[in-house]
Design a protein around this ligand. Structure first.
Ligand SMILES: Cc1cc2nc3c(=O)[nH]c(=O)nc-3n(C[C@H](O)[C@H](O)[C@H](O)COP(=O)(O)O)c2cc1C
Ligand code: SF4
Ligand code: SF4
Length: 258
């Protein structure tokens, strides 16, 4: 089984590819945010977690899911368990956070992979989506990398590690990531240009955590209920580019996986 989280589609694409090649079942973790997370494993079933990196850490919703996950199997330790994260350029200590969270669920991680994909974070003035050429190249290289990763996963290769790390992973995750998680994960700055908005309902339909009141013929309203992941999926999917995030998104591009 593969548990995945995705906003703009990069991680969903990666999870679907791995699922195809390893013949595993996919579960979107956003459907299991409330209540228990109980799953029964078939004999020899692999356990995969695929998710984007947010602020050099796993997204909070992914961490909560991993911490409360309850897997039922005759011998849990015999099941091959792997992590695959997608990121724009640097994953920091993301895997350490995920490993610790999974330990609480009694799971030991056997292999870890990261995949460079087009960047989706536009919430700070100096951050934008990648240029089309860079985006295409990342996707081409990711397609090749995924084939190798899928083979390693299919073969249940223990100890496999292909990770994209910068020079200062600890500072990024523990210091900058702490600030990011505390202050920058919020839906408060979202606003809509009412002149441009055609009330199509796409933004509310694509939100992975149902954080937007909206729909066809309705002006979207963000719920401000602490659920927002700041994944920018609503922003990137708006066909009229009518969604802004404070001033940070002024003249920024849009991207989602196609
Ligand atoms: C809130 C947020 C934070 C991000 N933080 C990082 C990061 O710390 N390092 C990085 O390389 N990419 C970062 N990114 C880029 C995403 O990890 C990357 O684009 C990912 O593939 C998006 O996956 P998705 O399309 O499945 O949501 C961030 C994106 C968002 C929206
Ligand atoms: S996706 Fe854009 S145009 Fe459609 S309802 Fe949302 S803000 Fe309006
Ligand atoms: S409101 Fe927008 S940024 Fe927040 S979780 Fe939903 S899609 Fe992502």
């Amino acid at each position: 089984m593969i548990f995945y989280l995705s906003g703009t589609g990069n991680s969903k694409w990666a999870a679907q590819k791995i699922a195809q090649l390893t013949q595993e079942t996919l579960y979107a973790i956003s459907e299991f945010t409330t209540g228990d997370c109980n799953f029964a494993l078939k004999a020899d079933e692999r356990i995969g977690f695929v998710f984007p990196v947010h602020g050099w850490r796993p997204p909070k919703i992914m961490r909560t899911f991993m911490q409360k996950l309850q897997l039922h199997a005759e011998n849990l330790e015999q099941h091959f368990c792997y992590l695959l994260c997608t990121a724009g350029n640097d994953i920091g200590m993301t895997m350490v956070y995920a490993q610790k969270d999974l330990e609480k669920a009694g799971l030991h991680v056997h292999a870890m992979f990261s995949l460079l994909m087009p960047n989706t974070y536009v919430g700070l003035p100096f951050m934008d989506v990648d240029h089309e050429g860079v985006s295409q190249q990342k996707k081409q290289e990711a397609t090749q990398d995924l084939l190798h990763y899928a083979q390693a996963i299919f073969d249940c290769k223990h100890g496999e590690m292909h990770l994209h790390l910068s020079k200062w992973p600890r500072i990024n995750s523990y210091v900058l990531g702490g600030f990011f998680t505390k202050f920058l994960i919020t839906d408060k700055p979202f606003h809509v240009n009412t002149q441009r908005c055609v009330k199509c309902g796409i933004c509310s339909a694509v939100c992975p955590v149902d954080n937007i009141d909206g729909g066809f013929r309705k002006q979207p309203i963000w719920k401000h209920n602490q659920k927002c992941l700041t994944c920018f999926t609503c922003y990137h999917h708006c066909p009229k580019h009518a969604i802004g995030y404070g001033w940070a998104t002024h003249r920024k591009g849009q991207y989602f996986f196609k």
